[in-house]
Write a protein that binds this ligand. Structure first.
Ligand code: AHR
Length: 618
């Protein structure tokens, strides 16, 4: 086969081409990127019911030494549930050594590291003085990793009082628990217990290693917070931004009924905007449009949801003097966030009220914020949209063969009308496992097709981004992690090959191949920001099970290709079903080598099931 590249510029690929989609799924935020160690910190997981579901808290002691219940005495109006402990042990009924109390294992174990500091905050009141021990202990053997006492001495703490302690770990344990214990008899109430490592990205609360993995993708946009998570199975469980902002202690939390877990909403609307800013990405806010998986608000009654969305935009980008902008300012961000793109709902086009509701949101947002780009859920790739929009959402989850074939999906789509935002794509199910090479190779071909059609495909992001391997709600995902480890799936590495594409120049490329239908290729010209040098990046996918010989011929270059400084990156593996894992995190990673044979006319060899990127220095 021969690949002919025409080095004369065709057009610029959008600056926002490659981005990231973050959904609160698989504990991406709660128990993942959001570094909070305590799970169910307000004992609220059962909602406002009493007794509430205090899982995963457990009780230290037995019925003869401690009685634990929940009541509605919290000082926080939006989350009234508090935990009450009646400590029964005393001199005649001695407490176990270490006392009695409660223990929280976080999200499948807390990662406590020697020499690191942790801030523990909680609210307490008692029927007298307080004498509590706060400690991190190894969950299996109970060894103390860090500990501190909080005492009020002779002062009674009969009103809710904020307690804060910073403790330094003396040992490392990746599966630790937080314990709050006492040996003093009487009543103690606890509420809003938080434990955060001091060492988070810029102190913004993001787990540093996971932040870095997203940052390394150099996403140009950041779509959040879902996905189905935004919709909810039922509206009562949908993500509603107003419940996720302001002081963390006052956030009610909510049960995400699509992915089936409680979230304390430490990672809320503000944190999503902050994360986008920290990543240098444009936020793309997806809000609920009055539609969940199973219930809908009629268009005639949608006004409160429209106001909620407008208020959300004001929160993000209103002046610090505005009603909602002032709340953002009080949270430490007086400067408006750069919110320019919003999506009205997620995957709701076929719902009864979608179009009616959509138009209400669209008109209101256009009127108040004419510069904001608005995304419709309806697929404009098959038929023109029957409603106004700047972009339309396109989602695809399919098998590898079909994903490969979709590299031509946008070739014949109309060049008029709103542009596509491919905000979710992935090979899934059998072909994908938890992240196979096969899936990644097919996705690379799909991305090549998007790149070539980037005159009508503005933005693209893989989905889902994260999975806590202890609770895989959806697989595969780009990044897998647990309390202290992480690894990239091949699909992550494929995205990395497209990082230079955002803002690059697309070149014409033609594959001349009589019979081989398993190749896909594209070419761009870009400037490497690290050394300011210009490169051609030629990406070729071989989706076949045979080695391929390919002649690459570059036409019309002003200067010669330089051999020294030209490189080759190959992503492949001996077996298409291979995956990375915690035990073998680097099994499938891009292999970088120098390209000695770099030239305008070169013969290259493509391994079976591989993605190869040729970077020619020009
Ligand atoms: O990415 C996982 C889910 O797939 C998203 O929540 C939803 O938008 C899609 O159905």
């Amino acid at each position: 086969s021969t690949l002919i590249i025409d080095a004369i510029a065709t057009r610029k690929i959008p600056d926002t081409f490659l981005g990231a989609f973050f959904e609160e799924i698989n504990h991406a935020g709660a128990g993942g990127l959001w570094a909070e160690l305590v799970r169910n910190r307000g004992f609220e997981a059962g909602g406002s019911n009493v007794p509430s579901n205090i899982y995963p808290w457990s009780i230290i002691g037995d019925d003869s030494t401690i009685l634990v219940s929940t009541d509605r005495t919290s000082s926080f109006e939006r989350n009234k549930v508090a935990l009450s402990m009646k400590v029964l042990c005393n001199e005649s009924n001695p407490c176990p050594s270490g006392g009695v109390g409660i223990s929280n294992p976080g999200y499948w174990g807390m990662n406590i590291e020697k020499g690191k500091k942790y801030k523990v905050v909680f609210y307490a009141k008692a029927d007298g003085a307080i004498n509590l021990n706060v400690s991190f202990v190894g969950t299996e053997k109970g060894e103390k990793l860090a500990s501190n006492n909080i005492r009020s001495y002779k002062h009674n703490v009969t009103n809710w009082t904020r307690m804060e302690v910073i403790i330094e770990a003396k040992a490392t344990n990746h599966n630790a628990s937080l314990q709050i214990t006492t040996s003093k008899s009487g009543f103690v109430w606890l509420d809003q217990v938080s434990a955060m490592p001091l060492d988070t990205y810029k102190g913004h609360g993001f787990r540093k290693d996971l932040f870095q993995m997203v940052a390394d993708l150099k996403p140009k946009f950041f779509r959040f917070p879902g996905g189905c998570y935004v919709e909810g199975d039922y509206l009562r469980n949908a993500f509603r931004w107003k419940d996720t902002v302001g002081p963390w202690e006052e956030r009610p939390g909510h049960y995400g009924d699509v992915w089936n877990y409680w979230s304390d909403d430490g990672f809320g609307f503000f944190e999503g905007l902050q994360l986008a800013e920290d990543l240098g990405a444009l936020p793309v806010w997806v809000f609920n449009n009055g539609i969940s998986h199973h219930d809908e608000v009629n268009t005639s009654a949608i006004a409160p949801f429209v106001h909620e969305a407008l208020d959300g935009i004001e929160f993000a980008r209103g002046s610090p003097e505005s009603r909602w902008g002032s709340l953002r300012a009080s949270m430490g961000h007086p400067k408006p966030f750069d919110l320019r793109i919003v999506a009205i709902g997620n995957e709701d086009c076929d719902k009864f009220n979608y179009k009616g509701n959509y138009l209400k949101f669209y008109d209101a947002i256009r009127r108040v914020y004419p510069d904001i780009q608005i995304i419709s859920n309806c697929d404009g790739s098959e038929n023109p949209l029957d409603h106004p929009a700047d972009l339309y959402d396109f989602h695809i989850y399919t098998n590898a063969e079909d994903m490969f074939s979709k590299s031509t999906k946008f070739d014949n789509v109309s060049r008029y009308g709103p542009k596509a935002f491919v905000s979710e794509y992935a090979v899934w199910q059998d072909d994908a496992g938890n992240g196979t090479l096969l899936a990644a190779v097919a996705e690379a071909a799909f991305l090549i097709g998007l790149e070539k059609n980037s005159d009508i495909v503005s933005m693209v992001s893989y989905a889902p981004l994260f999975v806590n391997a202890n609770d895989r709600k959806w697989t595969p995902d780009a990044i897998a992690f647990d309390s202290y480890r992480h690894y990239e799936t091949p699909s992550y590495w494929v995205q990395c090959l497209f990082i230079p594409s955002s803002g690059a120049t697309l070149l014409n490329s033609t594959l001349l191949s009589s019979s081989n239908k398993s190749l896909a290729a594209s070419a761009i010209e870009y400037t490497n920001p690290a050394n300011k040098k210009n490169y051609l990046r030629i990406k070729v996918v071989n989706f076949g099970d045979h080695t391929e010989n390919l002649r690459i011929f570059v036409n019309g270059l002003d200067s010669k290709v330089q051999q020294s400084g030209s490189t080759k990156i190959v992503l492949t593996a001996p077996n298409v079903r291979e995956e990375n894992s915690f035990s073998e995190p680097k099994k499938i990673v891009p292999q970088h080598t120098s390209l000695e044979a770099a030239s305008e006319d070169m013969n290259v060899i493509l391994s079976p099931y591989s993605v190869t990127s040729f970077d020619l220095l020009i």
